[in-house]
Every structure is written in structure tokens, then in C-alpha cells.
Design a protein around this ligand. Sequence first.
Ligand SMILES: *Cc1c(COP(=O)(O)O)cnc(C)c1O
Length: 401
Amino acid sequence: MTRLPDLGLPPEIPQSALTTALALLESGRLHRYAEAGGTGGLVAELERSFARLMGRRYAVAVNSCGSSLFLALKAAGVRHGDPVLMNAFTLGPVPGALDHAGAKPVLVEITEDLTIDFADLRRKAEASGAKVLMLSHMRGHLCDLSALQALCCELGLTLIEDCAHTLGASWAGQQAGTFGIAGCFSFQSGKHVNTGEGGMLVTDDADIAAQAILHSGSYMLYAQNGTPPPQEVMDRWQGRCGNYSMRMSALVAALALPQLPLLPERVADWNASHDRIAARLAQEEGFVLPHRPQAEAYAQSSLQFRLPERSFAQMRAFVEAARAASVWVKWFGTEVPEGYSSNPRHWHGARAEEVPRACEVQATLCDIRLPLGLTAQECDAVSDTLIRAAQTPWEARHATA
Ligand SMILES: *Cc1c(COP(=O)(O)O)cnc(C)c1O
């Protein structure tokens, strides 16, 4: 029998990154700015590379995606007490960024395909008067972004994209993260580029970039940023933006830089594993896989499925059986958050009763991480384990529990 892979394995750090990182450590110059004769170093180089990769004018490197989400909200003009719309399926750092900015979350329903519900978005936008939508492409699932852009335009909404799971993904040929006023990316170990922690904000808007740079904590050294906005724009914001100390360290940039060219091969690897396991599970009675539209090119480093016929106890039995067989299944319907929090019932300041459908979808939703480099046999072993876990008679397990 094929050995089950370690689903928690993070993407490998390339050898060239280790060499650069070691030289950097030996130099001691880990801060992104230099007071005398600084040229921006590796962080500025990463910003230029990332802006080029995304086809945006500006990229601002920060210490996490959560920080970039917060900076995007601040730069978009969100002030204490303002309502901000957000889809009810995302990770804790997203409602956390709203909380950080003092915004009031207005939760929006999701569909069974795990994307934002447009009818509910319209309703909630009109009822709340919110001017900003924080859209999380949670677990890499893209809604119809062309239609969403039109809807935001009609409703007068500024769109911010949380792209923690969509680096390398696109809708109708346009990259996720370029549909709104700002796109926010994560370099946390569980995402597409692994630096431990790290984040990036991209935008075409010079005022957003200037505020993000100043708020991130550039002192008076912002000219060393990789993609600085024109001086007159910086002058407009200088002295009006508090320093929140959210800079990226040079060490993080050293680790990230050589991973960017690897993205296409990583995405192909992830998608091959995803598609193989998804195709297998979709044929299995009881498993429902989200529909993926033709216009969506995903970068799927994890896999989601639902077991919609199951009760709470039956879900728990499935998850326990899979974990006992060494496949670490995450379940979005637990009553208390386990290890992460993606359920509106667990977010500070959010009102889960506003999104009963999202709670219902998440009640039977599961997830597995996909490490890079899975063989076809390993994918099949994972599928077999999940299928067997679903066949475990739950009544028998509970009788003995
Ligand atoms: C990981 C993640 C974030 C935040 O990333 P950090 O870099 O850890 O702050 C935001 N949104 C989603 C959906 C995530 O999974």
C-alpha cells in the first residue's frame, strides 16, 4: 500500500534563497531601509518583481497579509465605526483586519460553490450603506469577478481583494488581485510562497500606495521603496499617516525572491493533485465538490468538499475516522474553532445570524491541504482514505465512544 503523504508539508525554500539569506545574516543588514546611501535592497527588489508579476504599478511589502488588508482598508478611507462588507467564508485575519481598522463587519452570504452571493451582497450593501467590500477568495474559489466588478461599480463599492489563496489564479485571463483597488497576498508558510510570515499589497492607485507605504512605517526613507509613487503624491500624504511598523524584513524578501519564478510549476503541481483527488471524490456517493467555472484558472493548494447529507455527529465521525487513518481533514463546522477560525460564529464583532446559509454550507464543509510533489499513487491513497472514512458506520463508532 502507498504510504500516506504529510499534508502539512510547506513549500520548499530554494537553495539560492538560503545562500542569499545567510549572506544577509552575516552582514546584519536585516532592516529594509538604510539611513545612509540606501538603495532599498532585497525588499525593494521583491516589490519591483511582484509588481511586474501582477502587472500593477505599485507593490508594498509588509509583514503579513493581515497587515496588508488593514493598510488597504485604511488607505481606502475606512474610519472607526464604518460598515465594511465581507463574505462570510474566510480566515480569521480578514475579520481581524476589519476589527483592527475599527470597521463594523457586514457579513455577506456565500453560495454552495463557496463564493460570495451577489443577491445578498446587493441587499446588504443597500441596507448598510457600506462603501467598501473586503472580498476574500477563500481557499482559492473565485466568483465571477467581471460581474462583481460591474456590481461594485453600480453599488458604488470600493473592492479590496484578499488573495491569500489565489497567487497565480485568474478570472477570464485577468489575475486575481487586479480587479479591485488593492490586492493583498500572504507569504505565510501555508500559502503559495513560503517565508514563514510576510505580505504584499498591490495597486495601480498612487494614493493607496503612498498611504500604505507611509502607514507601513517608511520613516522618511520611502524613496527606497521598490515602486514609489511620484513625489507630489507622497507630499500629499506625508505627515497624515501614522507609522504602524508593518514593514517586511530583508530576510523575508531574500526567502521570497527566488520562489516567484517557481510559481507556474508549483501551480501546475498543486492543480494536478487537486484535480486527481477531486475527480475521484466527485464520483463517490455523498461527496459534493464545488463547481469550478470555465473562466476560472485556479491555483489550488488545498481541496474542499462537502458531505451535505450528514448530521453534526456524522460529520464528526467522518473527520475522526479520516484523522485516525492519518489524513488531516479540517472541518469548518466545529462548535469551537480548532487551530484556525473560518466560521462567522467564531469571529469577534461579527453576527453569524446574518448569514444562516453560509453557516449551513460550512456545517458539512471539509478541507485538506495539498503539499507539493504528491505522486498519483499518493493522491489516490488520500482519496481512498477519505472514501473509507466516509463509509465507516458512524453509529457503531458512537456506540463505542
Ligand atoms: C492566511 C490567510 C490570510 C492572512 O495571511 P497572514 O499572512 O497570515 O496574515 C488572509 N486570508 C486568508 C483567506 C488566509 O488564508
